[in-house]
Design a binder for this molecule. Structure first.
Ligand SMILES: [Cu+2]
Length: 626
């Protein structure tokens, strides 16, 4: 039965899918801490469900939810974009404010940019200058980080509270201003103040390679280009959930998200959520109108706080062509696993007309295996609709037929939380990794319960604790003079920072740095390095082979800015430390980052002399006064 007949917009296509049903247990969600206990039983269940459920077409006889999917112009890249335009400044005015909003039906407090969720699209050419004036009308302090951007020469615009800046207080404004150079592809921005990103402060940032380069770097031709943001979704403010998560006695039990969104949308059945203020009027599912005659590039971004997603479009294989801003030779897959803060472009080819269908489900599943407990409100899947324009003659225009009749892939879903296997993805622009390394840094990642029964994240013996009002950059700059530069030591800076709470690894020159992270925790950690792309040399489960450094393929490894170390696994990355500044290196699971799973690299420190008096730097320092 249809729950409402609300008409929600002009010029939009509404599919009131009478037949949509949500099957709540299509994938198993076993709390990871009970995995050993439930091991065999779960395995049997997984296989049984996989075989019985996955092979069945969508049924229409129960759990009916009146579902509406609306096509919208949001996050479609401009088809007439001028790739040859002279470099220009792109100016954005943002007002950040508190709002009550119900992206999936459930009302919750959020923090939004210009009242929009997710935030507005930033689209620019390589070489452009981005200027974003942020006016903070919200009740809490904020900041914006430009995820994956090198910020070469403008480290102070990185937007990381406690590392490069003080937060922007309520009723204050701050203007971010930086050039976008030497990179293109799919990025995003998000608040880097606490876990505000999870309260709504996220949005896409797309950089076009100049001229004909973009088409040359993308090896599968496409005509349409758009952004698909996936995110887990909570019903409470992150600050409230953080208090509970970080409280004494909580053994790193991350809050389990009850819901998930595609481009900020989902449709929950309010009767499933009796304890929530939920209204079905308003929310609409994401619908993507794609051309039926040419390919579409979908830039997938996981903007969520915690959950890894597995994304598929029923009955479609697609090509992966970009990873975190690195164009790669296409590889065909049918399920894309994406961890928080990662980006992948996929190019989708319309199916043959003989298939007689114009509507397909896009399914984004949260991989629930790494959730710490059962959340009764959890709906682990969010579905969107892919609609091929101009193919309406192939279906009857009745309500029932407007529900996609497509079927899931039959193969078993990978339940582990780990990165998509990227070992066979190779960049189109080849760069060899340095054959040797100048610094080898071994980080043991763990969660430990120490004083006051507090569980915290550790890299070796350090649990990062930011001091928002004294950012690391500012502290470091006060000590830098032309006289001190020649004698700067390399390694952990214990002179200025307490390594137990602020591990700052300081390096001069442009050496190659190799980091081996070994994970002694059962959780998955997508590590992100600010200011760089690193080479992903190897990753795996268990202990790294003793000769791992001798067996690496350094010819043209994947370059990205966020790579995961799986539970009880390891990750080996290398980068050339040529970007002057202080750069956070941290787990991008918001909860883990707040629990201290991070550190800072201060690189090419000699290049930072003179920043102290820089007029642009002074603006940032102004945020710390008062
Ligand atoms: Cu983590």
């Amino acid at each position: 039965m249809r729950q409402d007949d609300h008409d929600d917009g002009q010029g939009s296509i509404d599919f009131d899918g009478e037949g949509l049903q949500w099957q709540h247990s299509r994938t198993p969600h076993t709390p990871r801490r009970r995995w050993l206990l439930l091991g065999f039983l779960t395995l049997v269940l997984v296989i049984t469900l996989g075989v019985i459920v996955d092979l069945q077409p969508i049924r229409h006889n129960h759990s009916l939810v009146a579902a509406r999917f609306r096509s919208s112009g949001d996050y479609i890249l401009d088809p007439n974009w001028d790739l040859d335009a002279a470099p220009r400044t792109r100016h954005y005015d943002w007002i950040i404010d508190d709002h009550d909003f119900n992206p999936d039906g459930v009302w919750r407090p959020m923090v939004l940019i210009n009242g929009k969720f997710p935030g507005p699209l930033i689209e620019c050419n390589e070489g452009d200058e981005i200027v974003v004036e942020v006016v903070n009308h919200a009740s809490n302090a904020t900041s914006i980080h430009w995820h994956g951007l090198f910020q070469n020469g403008t480290n102070w615009m990185d937007g990381t509270v406690g590392v490069t800046q003080c937060p922007i207080p309520p009723n204050h404004s701050f203007t971010y201003r930086f050039n976008v150079t030497s990179q293109s592809g799919t990025y995003y921005y998000h608040s880097h103040a606490g876990m505000q990103a999870s309260d709504g402060l996220v949005g896409p940032l797309i950089i076009h390679a100049k001229g004909t380069q973009e088409k040359e770097l993308q090896k599968v031709p496409y005509e349409q280009d758009r952004v698909v943001m996936l995110s887990d979704h909570y019903y409470d403010l992150s600050s409230k959930l953080l208090d509970e998560y970080l409280a004494p006695g909580n053994e790193n039990e991350e809050p389990v998200p009850p819901s998930a969104l595609i481009n900020g949308r989902n449709i929950r059945k309010c009767s499933d959520l009796p304890n929530r203020n939920c209204s079905s009027v308003g929310p609409v599912g994401a619908l993507f109108d794609l051309s039926s005659t040419s390919n579409t590039r979908l830039r997938i971004i996981n903007v969520g706080a915690f959950a890894e997603f597995s994304l598929q479009i029923d009955e479609h294989e697609f090509h992966v062509t970009e990873v975190d801003g690195t164009d790669v030779y296409p590889q065909s897959i049918h399920r894309l696993n994406i961890n928080p803060a990662q980006r992948y472009s996929i190019v989708v080819t319309p199916p043959l007309k003989e298939q007689n269908k114009s509507l397909y489900w896009m399914r984004a599943r949260m991989i629930t295996h790494c959730f710490a407990y059962e959340n009764p409100e959890l709906q682990e899947e969010v579905w969107g609709v892919i609609h091929y324009k101009g193919t309406e003659q192939f279906y009857n225009d009745t309500a029932d037929d407007l529900t996609p009749q497509t079927s899931d892939w039959a193969d078993i879903i990978d339940v582990e939380c780990r990165d998509l296997n990227t070992s066979s993805l190779h960049p189109v622009q080849p760069i060899s990794a340095p054959p040797t390394t100048d610094h080898f840094i071994h980080l043991r990642a763990s969660f430990q319960i120490r004083d006051w029964r507090l569980s915290r994240g550790y890299l070796n013996d350090s649990s990062f604790h930011p001091t928002p009002k004294t950012p690391i950059l500012h502290t470091l700059l006060s000590s830098l003079t032309p006289q001190t530069i020649p004698n700067l030591p390399n390694g952990t800076n214990t002179a200025l920072f307490n390594p137990e709470t602020q591990l700052v690894y300081q390096i001069t020159g442009t050496p190659s740095i190799t980091i081996l992270i070994q994970n002694f925790d059962d959780g998955n950690h997508p590590f992100h390095l600010h200011g760089y792309k690193f080479f992903v040399l190897a990753q795996g489960h268990g202990y790294p082979p003793v000769d791992v450094q001798d067996t690496l393929d350094l010819e043209n490894p994947l370059r990205r800015d966020t790579a995961s170390v799986e539970g009880y696994g390891w990750l080996l990355i290398r980068f050339v430390a040529d970007n002057a500044g202080v750069w956070a290196f941290h787990c991008h699971v918001g909860w883990h980052n707040e629990a201290g799973l991070g550190m800072v690299f201060a690189t090419r420190v000699e290049g930072m002399v003179g920043w102290k008096g820089d007029e642009r730097m002074k603006e940032v320092e102004g945020l710390c006064g008062g």
